[in-house]
Design a protein around this ligand. Sequence first.
Ligand code: ZN
Length: 330
Amino acid sequence: MNQKIRDIDRAELHAHLGSSVPVEILWELSHEQWIRLPVSNYDDFERMITMGKDEKNKDLIEMDAKYFRWTEIIQSSPFALREAVKHTIWTNYRKSNLVLQELRFNPMNRNKSWELDLDYVMISAIHGLDKALLQYSKVKAGFILCLDRRFSVEQNTIILEKAIKYKNRWVIWIDIAWPLVDSFDIKKYKTIFEIAKWAGLWTTIHTWEEWEIEELRYVVEEIKPDRIWHWIMAVQDKKIMERLAKNNIILEICPTSNLKNSKLPNVEALKKTIRTLLDNDVKLTLNTDWAVMYNINIVKEEEFLLENGIVTEKEIKQMYKNAFEYTFIK
Ligand SMILES: [Zn+2]
């Protein structure tokens, strides 16, 4: 055991299950399920689902097509999803002392285009989490169900219904994920988020960088989620930063993810963005987003920020403090 890692209790609020499952577990799962992979040895498989050190995606669509597709296929069975949840939580605790983990996923992206029953998908994820917590009693965890911008409002409403149905079985939040598509209109989601809040769910939203700042304003002023994954554009508008600070809306920052997906050009731009938010009293939490794809974990993310003089140790501790304070896993 690395005592240095155990010295800090860590919490992560923004990790996609899709790319948080260790490579060796995905390799095992693909073989257990007789999946015909396009590669036949482990090293090639690792290269297929993880990014090289200097590699970048042009955008999230490229990221999905190049790296994410296979990881989602491998996890899409009741057996595999249970194992994926369990091993992710265990690995995060053992390697990074993550004692609080919010994992997000979209159950409808794991039912093989309706071949599988969504309730079995949910129950399988819940069983995986039950087992993980039984074996590592220090850990707390829960699920965020992601709606998808590429889906219709009707499809996303079904995901909301599942979130409400399993609210007392580890589902605590809903989110909207994936990039903007022409058919998506955030205004159609105000009611969905109102229903979620009324049902006792907490809410968070990926409001992507490609968007016009008006979209972010609409989210902050009309939908008012509890947390937001959108921090790059927020620095362009002092009023938005004031609103975020005043209303205690937390920003979930994922530094490596933004560099890897070309949302920020370089480390200098990353530093400027984070410093501007901190200087304007916006509360932040530190997260990995798609850890396995980027070959990182939360400890490596800390080291990256410190080595580049982006934040201080005290500020990192404050980010974890924020995460423990603003999680709704109790
Ligand atoms: Zn994300």
